[in-house]
Design a protein around this ligand. Structure first.
Ligand SMILES: Nc1ncnc2c1ncn2[C@@H]1O[C@H](COP(=O)(O)OP(=O)(O)OP(=O)(O)O)[C@@H](O)[C@H]1O
Ligand SMILES: [Mg+2]
Length: 245
């Protein structure tokens, strides 16, 4: 049995020109975990996810995946490592059908026809709406359906590690709950490891086994989801009296 994390990020720095977005970040994700990353606007959460995919490139530090240094692996090869992401703002292909969007996900990695079909059926079980809308153009889906499609597309590449950037953003509470339920199901039934970025700290920390708080390009707090939910500074900053509850 291995004790090293599935993903270990150590001393990671990244910048956009002179803007330092990550200033030395340490994050570890164990196989089978859901880990939440929370923090205010501009903290660097999306940058952390994108740096795993090499855009932007790390300026310092290391990203280890299954013990292997993937810091300099080209972006297009990351999917072959069975890492997938659903980026902020969904970014599905609006002119393509649901079917074609899902096929794009499947094309990111090699799989047999039987594997592709089984994965598609799994996505339909999680998100029956996508089956109903199979031939419809992505751009005509509702916001919640587009989020389901973005996650479904990521799943079609059959990842071991799924990175989700603000999956509940802009969604009605009922739809957001469906998304969170699907993530929990994928983790429990399929053993999928998940890193989830969320401004909805309450939901994310209830869903996650562990969480990290990012402030201004640095991790300032880490703990189990339950621990972080109890912390006064978390409650004050992210949970009480506002849109994050
Ligand atoms: N393409 C870019 N060019 C220049 N600066 C950028 C770019 N993307 C992000 N930044 C800056 O990097 C910092 C971190 O941004 P990032 O998008 O990672 O934050 P975030 O935590 O995801 O915020 P949010 O919760 O608003 O999505 C911010 O100061 C932002 O202005
Ligand atoms: Mg972001």
């Amino acid at each position: 049995m291995t004790t090293s994390p599935l993903l270990a990020i150590q001393g990671l720095r990244a910048a956009y020109g002179k803007i330092e977005a990550l200033k030395g970040v340490d994050v570890a994700i164990n196989a089978g975990e859901i880990v939440a990353l929370i923090g205010a606007n501009g903290a660097g959460k999306s940058t952390l996810m994108m740096t795993i995919f090499g855009k932007p490139r790390a300026r310092a530090g290391q990203i280890l995946y299954e013990g292997r240094d993937i810091t300099d692996v080209p972006t297009h090869e990351i999917a072959h490592l069975r890492i997938a992401q659903s980026p902020e703002g969904r970014r599905i292909f609006p002119r393509m059908s649901v079917a074609e969007n899902l096929q794009m996900g499947a094309d990111a990695t090699e799989c047999t026809e039987a594997e592709r079909e089984a994965t598609l059926q799994r996505v339909f079980t999680l998100f029956p709406r996508l089956k109903e809308r199979y031939d419809q153009r992505g751009g005509t889906l509702s916001g919640g359906e587009q989020q389901m499609l973005a996650i479904g597309r990521a799943l079609m590449s059959r990842p071991r590690l799924l990175l989700l950037d603000e999956p509940s953003l802009g969604l009605a509470p009922l739809i957001a709950r469906q998304i969170f339920d699907a993530i929990r199901t994928l983790n429990r039934q399929d053993g999928l490891t998940v890193l989830i970025v969320e401004q909805n700290a309450n939901h994310a920390l209830k869903l996650a086994h562990r969480g990290y708080v990012m402030v201004n390009g640095l991790i300032t707090l880490a703990g189990t989801g339950a621990e972080l939910l109890q912390r006064p500074e978390i409650r004050a900053a992210y949970l009480e009296g506002g849109r994050h509850g």
